[in-house]
Ligand binder design. Structure first.
Ligand SMILES: [Zn+2]
Length: 302
């Protein structure tokens, strides 16, 4: 699957560790203030320069891939801000902004996050409803020119699978990657809905995903432990995007417990344990990604 800059993400994954980007929302708010209408995706229309600037900083830091500003871009999520009718437009705009600053040989991932709603029986929604919504989001993202889809921060394996099917309905030949959010318990790593690493691996393998993984919630040390365990359960390339530790409230701000030095100290172990695509999540910034790039093995093509 070669993109218009001549690069092939699946080939790159086979050759070396792939560097993803870090947090986007917090970086956007540094430049743009609180999101208009409580919706980060509206920034794609109202302050496109801010979005381009953050993507550009991640590419400059050495990221092979940046993810579009469309985490909350499913119709069900947009509906909470009264914007469900603008799903396609906001996602296409998100994609175009990232594509407009993509250097040759790099990639744009169309980012899909959770709806924030629950499937039956815990919630009121059906799998068909979720899948239709994600398909509409993917349509906008591909219209804007993304190279592949990265489904992330999913706390429900079933919802992640709805997103996989929705995205594939739109572009069956494009890679779709999925990343779940796990908590660490005494019994091991589990999603909010109680799915463990083995069950998730089998489900994603059955879908034939070229890569899957974990992001958010865990700091880099816990993430390195998770990857070590998951690696024994699957041969599929694994994605790891850790938070900068646990969020803590300091005054009216959220700060993250891991300093950049502490976060980075676990990255060599994360790679040794088998992570094939690495990047950051909440609390990370272009600085984290720049320093991660310097830790990667100086393999061919970097
Ligand atoms: Zn996160």
């Amino acid at each position: 699957m070669i993109n218009s800059t001549g690069a092939d993400i699946l080939d790159l994954i086979r050759r070396r560790v792939v560097l993803l980007d870090g947090a986007l929302g917090t970086e956007l708010m540094k430049r743009s203030g609180p999101p208009p209408g409580r919706c980060l995706e509206l920034i794609n229309i109202e302050n496109p320069e801010a979005v381009r600037a953050v993507h550009g900083e991640y590419y400059d830091a050495g990221a092979d891939v940046v993810s579009t500003n469309s985490f909350g871009g499913s119709p069900l999520k947009l509906a909470t801000a009264g914007l469900a009718g603008r799903c396609r437009e906001l996602n296409a705009a998100a994609a175009r902004l990232a594509v407009s600053v993509r250097p040759s040989g790099r990639f744009v991932a169309g980012d899909i996050g959770p709806t924030g709603k629950f499937l039956q029986p815990q919630g009121e929604h059906t799998e068909a409803e979720f899948e239709d919504g994600f398909a509409l989001q993917a349509e906008g993202l591909f219209e804007g020119g993304v190279d592949f889809i990265l489904i992330e921060t999913m706390f429900d394996l079933r919802e992640a699978l709805c997103a996989v099917r929705g995205a594939r309905r739109v572009a069956a030949s494009r890679p779709v990657f999925a990343s779940l959010t796990f908590n660490r318990t005494k019994r091991g790593f589990f999603t909010l809905m109680g799915d463990g690493l083995e069950k998730c691996a089998r489900a994603f393998e059955a879908e034939g995903l070229p890569a899957f993984g974990a992001n958010c919630s865990l700091g880099s040390g816990d993430m390195a432990d998770l990857i070590a365990e998951w690696k024994t359960l699957t041969s599929t390339p694994l994605i790891a995007q850790a938070n900068a530790g646990k969020p803590e409230i300091s005054g009216d701000q959220v700060v993250y417990a891991q300093s950049v030095d502490d976060y980075l100290s676990e990255i060599p172990r994360l790679i040794r344990n088998g992570a094939a695509l690495i990047g950051g999540c909440c609390g990370t910034s272009p600085e984290y990604i720049r320093r991660m790039a310097s830790l990667l093995p100086a393999a061919e093509g970097r």
